[in-house]
Design a protein around this ligand. Structure first.
Ligand code: FES
Length: 516
């Protein structure tokens, strides 16, 4: 089996029974903030795009690049579809001209021609991307690959039961705006960033150990930031609080815990994976590439500047009345929301900074009273400060997911009083009736699910499944004193009170363990 790196979470898998192109991403995403790193725009996409199968893991824009798919990927390709509860991914791909689909069933192996076997696991909580994220398992001639990409399943049992995996691709770096955009002292930001960076690696080691694959491929990040406004987010300044470490840092950190089977794929690297071995050829030696990372980024910045400027010129829509439009779009959603609105339960403030930085209009989404209105000099637990043109553009393009556009762009600053509130981002991911209905139904089911099993962790007897997204705490739970940390997303719980310390969320059931 041959695996060609195509950048970020992308790869092309070639077998004697056909080729699968996964998540090809080339064009900038999220308001021209994210670019694939290293640059993959010079690859021979005409050839790579002549593929038998296409797998798009989910609709985040660093995985789903409609412009690129339309231009370069053969419409004769058969799409391997995850089993998502909404048809949005299929609809988007049909719109681009794809007509052949294999609708896989969640966690069921699907037999394709020539002995090619695939299984896709779909994660469907409202926080897993825009209603979904997925991983692809593939087997041919006794060689097995798990492309976990940036999905975070509670465990890898479904893949492990299918036999030893030879190549495991997974995310290790950051893909979020925390803590960089938060208005807080630099020292605190660095400390939170360091915690986040460590947690990302801990989670990665856990998945790697759990599957025990022959070879491990760090993928799905980091992106690079080429706009001058965002340049500081690249991990080239020796900042231990930077959440975007690259593949060379992965190899270094992995070596510290004894990991020696890491394989880095640059765009254009080709790995020949067999049941016994993995031989890789690179377009440039990996060490040499990372030693010149800064130079690579600077040259890339110069090349991409016109693209960024062209995008920026499309954002302003002065004819749009932002307050009126937000009111019209969001109030019906607020009315139909039970769990999300209650979970937020306070005003969220948006400060819209004018084109010339001269005026700021403040708008409040009031989750208690289910209305959108002008800010009234009140206390808002969450606040976002954002340039007006970005919100105008979201309204103009009728964007139904502000997480997969505005928030991932990192082009804003945020304030927060108290703990993280996951419901806020669930709301901004669900700005259509269909998504809101789905998310509300999911929370309803989640809340009703009875979780009665307990396990022993340290000196405590605790519920087996994490109250957040049901990770198995036998694997992801770590007790330190009176604090339980679930390493899947890093949420912490105070064991004596059960209270969640990380977020406004359900607490954990815990009592001191009594042997016998
Ligand atoms: S499942 Fe998310 S922190 Fe446990």
């Amino acid at each position: 089996m041959q695996i060609t790196g195509t950048g970020h979470a992308g790869m092309r898998i070639d077998t004697a029974a056909g080729s699968v192109l996964c998540d090809p991403w080339v064009n900038p995403a999220y308001f021209a903030s994210w670019f694939p790193f290293p640059d993959n725009s010079e690859l021979d996409w005409e050839t790579l795009g002549r593929t038998d199968y296409l797998y798009v893991s989910h609709l985040h824009r660093d995985h789903f690049d409609p412009v690129h798919l339309k231009r370069f990927v053969s419409k004769k390709a058969t799409v391997l579809l995850p089993e998502y509860p909404t048809s949005q991914l299929e609809d988007e791909l049909r719109e681009l001209g794809f007509t052949s689909f294999v609708r896989t069933r969640d966690n069921e192996v699907c037999e394709l021609d020539g002995g090619l076997r695939v299984m896709i696991q779909a994660l469907t909580s409202p926080t897993d991307g825009p209603i979904g994220d997925s991983s692809l398992w593939l087997e041919h001639a006794g060689v097995r690959v798990l492309n976990q990409n940036d999905a975070r399943p509670a465990d890898l049992d479904e893949f492990a039961r299918l036999g030893h995996v030879h190549a495991h691709m997974l995310q290790f770096s950051g893909a979020i705006w925390y803590p960089m955009v938060y208005e807080m002292p630099a020292v605190a930001k660095r400390a939170f960033g360091k915690q986040k960076r460590d947690r990302q690696f801990d989670r990665t080691w856990r998945y790697i150990n759990e599957l025990g694959a022959s070879h491990v491929f760090p993928i799905a990040g980091p992106p690079c930031f080429l706009d001058d406004d965002l340049w500081q987010f690249n991990d080239i300044f020796g900042d231990a609080g930077n959440i975007f470490p690259d593949q060379s840092v992965f190899l270094r950190e992995y070596a510290k815990i004894g990991g020696s089977n890491g394989v880095v794929l640059l765009p254009g690297s080709v790995a020949e994976v067999t049941a016994q071995d993995c031989a890789t050829v690179h377009p440039i030696p990996v060490d040499e590439f990372f030693a010149a990372k800064r130079e690579h980024l600077e040259l890339m910045r110069d090349r991409k500047r016109p693209i960024i400027e062209a995008e920026k010129s499309t954002w302003r829509h002065p004819e749009i009345n932002v307050l009126k439009e937000m009111k019209m779009r969001m109030e019906p959603l607020l009315q139909s929301s039970v769990y999300i609105a209650k979970g937020i339960g306070s005003p969220v403030r948006f400060d819209l900074v004018g084109y010339q930085d001269d005026t700021t209009e403040s708008v409040v989404i009031d989750f208690d009273n289910r209305e959108v209105r002008p800010y009234a000099d009140e206390r808002a637990r969450y606040g976002f400060r954002v340039r007006r043109e970005l919100v105008e553009h979201l309204i103009f393009t009728d964007e139904g997911d502000w997480v997969n556009s505005l928030f991932l762009s990192c082009r804003f600053s945020a304030t927060r009083i108290g703990r993280y509130n996951e419901f806020i981002y669930a709301f901004f991911e669900c700005l259509t009736e269909e998504r809101m209905q789905y998310a509300e139904g999911w929370y309803d089911e989640h809340e009703r699910a009875v979780d009665t099993e307990d396990i022993v962790l340290g000196d405590w007897s605790v519920q087996r499944r994490c109250p957040h997204l049901k990770a198995d705490l036998r694997r992801f739970g770590v007790v330190d004193g009176d604090v339980l940390t679930c390493q899947l997303h890093g949420w912490k719980f105070d064991l004596p009170s059960g209270r969640c310390l990380t977020s406004v969320a359900q607490g954990v059931r815990a009592v001191p363990y009594q042997p016998g």
